[in-house]
Design a protein around this ligand. Structure first.
Ligand code: NAP
Length: 335
């Protein structure tokens, strides 16, 4: 029988999510990769329980996480049933709908029909009465935003979600979504964009909008799916995401990119950090970022990543040195 560690809150730091009443751990765990399949693997169970033991209270899912789609939620439901159920009120569990989940015209994008049906399916897979955050996973240009936001509001009013969020919406779309949600009486809690040293699109207006609107920010793929770690400096490890090749292409592992990663690795070493730790600390240096949303294939990686919290301050010289290797002229892959 799992018993959570007594000291689980001693080392984690929390930040307020925008101008809401909800705190999130500064490091959160996502279940996009490595939690799917037929049953919960031993390593997935270890990652989830050890994370909670270290104060990671926020776990992020989506309807389609697997493979197969839906299986990450099913497996998360298993660990809730066997181990984490007594701690439900200490957990912030999120899910999303927006990408293709089932056949036909109602299985993706942003209609009320899709979002609310998908949320019901997610709740069933996880064995939950409610999720803490329900997201629109992507902006739908073919559906009135009033309808998509109305579905998030309806989910909250029905008690199936406590808060509403949006993911990967641009700055103008975010402002409009926030205004609609506010008018409905369900403020937008959080935005989930991609953000890393190599992918800085949020700096082009989105972070300003989030600050103005009082919306929190949880940054996904802060390690650029593993590129911002030392794992590819000596070739492609067998069990890595690049070796599997479904979401991360080895085309990124050019000589020039790897030379820049090696240089970033040295800057991290001078700061007394691993590259993963520095990459996460760099995202967290901006006070508008509530939490970094990491992925992992084994517990050791999460443990390493948690070390980022020991030093999230940067000198101007360090920031400039990072930019020399991570911006134009260095690597700039997902602009
Ligand atoms: P990430 O943290 O950038 O990448 C995770 C990968 O990096 C791991 O699977 C592992 O690769 C490697 N890694 C992690 N920590 C490491 C360490 N300390 N040392 C060496 N390697 C390390 O994040 P992500 O998995 O791409 O995304 C994180 C979460 O964001 C997802 O689970 C999901 O919840 C969310 N997300 C949301 C969207 C959206 O549209 N809203 C899109 C993508 C992701 P290996 O597997 O190769 O070991």
């Amino acid at each position: 029988m799992y018993q959570a560690a007594d000291d689980r809150y001693d080392r984690m730091t929390f930040a307020r999510c925008g101008r809401s009443g909800l705190d999130l751990p500064r490091v959160s765990l996502g279940l996009w990769h490595n939690f799917g399949g037929d049953g919960l693997s031993k390593s997935a169970r270890t990652m989830l329980l050890n994370s909670f033991d270290r104060g990671i209270t926020h776990f992020d899912l989506a309807n389609n996480y697997g493979p197969p789609p839906g299986s990450a939620e099913e497996n998360f439901g298993r660990i809730l049933a066997t181990d984490l159920a007594p701690y439900r009120d200490e957990l912030v569990i999120s899910t999303k709908a927006g990408y293709l989940m089932w056949d036909g015209p109602y299985g993706e994008w942003g209609s009320r029909k899709y979002l609310l049906a998908s949320l019901d399916q997610s709740l069933k897979r996880m064995g939950l009465e409610y999720v803490d955050i329900f997201y629109s996973h992507r902006f739908d240009p073919a559906t009135p935003l009033d309808e998509t936001m109305g579905a998030l509001d309806a989910a909250v009013r029905a008690g199936k979600a406590l808060y509403a969020g949006i993911s990967s919406y641009g700055p103008d779309q975010t402002r409009e979504a926030a205004a609609i949600l506010k008018s409905l009486g369900t403020p937008c809690l959080i935005h989930q964009p991609s953000y890393s040293m190599l992918n800085r699109w949020v700096e082009g207006g989105l972070l300003d909008v989030l600050e103005d609107e009082g919306i929190g920010c949880i940054a996904f793929s802060p390690l650029a799916q593993g590129l911002l770690t030392d794992k590819y400096l000596k070739g492609v490890p067998k069990r890595s995401r690049a070796a599997i090749g479904d979401s991360f292409s080895t085309d990124l592992l050019t000589e020039q990119n790897l030379a820049n990663v090696a240089a970033l690795n040295e800057i991290a070493a001078e700061r007394g950090q691993t590259l993963a730790q520095m990459a996460l600390a760099w995202v967290l240096r901006d006070p508008r970022v509530t939490s970094v949303l990491i992925g992992a294939s084994r517990w050791k990686q999460i443990e390493d990543s948690l070390g980022a919290l020991d030093n999230t301050a940067f000198t101007d010289d360090e920031l400039a040195a990072i930019d020399r290797h991570a911006l134009d002229g260095g690597i700039n892959i997902w602009a």
